[in-house]
Design a binder for this molecule. Structure first.
Ligand code: FMN
Length: 163
């Protein structure tokens, strides 16, 4: 099994998750940051895992664009999709908004890796919004945002059991 993990991460939480995913996978795996690394041709891989983080309901645009522009090639791969986000309740909607339906239907694993705020690294705008989100979550007694490392293990188990 040769795997590419392609991800976008604004403040590093999704990067950390993608690194853990790589550590847990059997076989050769390369990790590609869509914002920094050259993206290799897909014919080098039989398994492709793609993910990013949710900001104001949306995944990073580059991830969305990549899936749409490589739709036909991706359809023929073993696929997994992941997101990082704060709200467990709206995860299904986030997946539907982030990835083409036809690819989600084909995916062998779809996982929410949870989320983490890193305010020390945030720009002013993001810090402002995250304060508002915190206050509104307090009012609605929403469950707190937290990492879900068990879902990283779940995805790696599914992929490892294929080979
Ligand atoms: C400005 C801002 C907006 C966010 N918007 C959402 C959102 O709409 N829904 C959600 O579930 N999480 C939201 N989050 C939480 C992020 O998805 C979460 O912090 C994630 O772990 C970030 O991952 P990253 O560091 O890899 O970018 C938001 C976070 C920030 C800072």
């Amino acid at each position: 099994m040769k795997t590419m993990i392609l991800y976008a991460s604004t403040y590093g939480f999704t990067r950390d998750c993608a690194q853990k995913l790589k550590q847990n996978l059997n076989g050769e795996t390369i990790l590609i940051d869509i914002n920094k690394d050259p993206i290799p041709a897909l014919d080098n891989f039989d398994t492709v895992l793609i993910g990013g983080s949710i900001y104001i309901g949306q995944i990073q645009k580059k991830i969305k664009k990549y899936c749409l522009s490589h739709l036909d090639e991706l359809k023929n791969k073993k696929l997994g999709f992941f997101i990082s986000c704060g709200s467990a309740e709206t995860v299904d909607t986030y997946f539907k908004n982030s990835f083409p339906e036809i690819l989600l239907e084909k995916a062998l694993s779809i996982q929410n890796f949870g989320g983490e705020m890193r305010p020390d690294q945030m720009n002013f705008f993001h810090k402002f919004i995250s304060n508002m989100v915190d206050k509104s979550a307090d009012k609605q007694a929403a469950p707190p945002m937290k990492p879900l490392p068990e879902n990283i293990i779940q995805m790696s188990n599914v992929m490892n059991n294929l080979s």
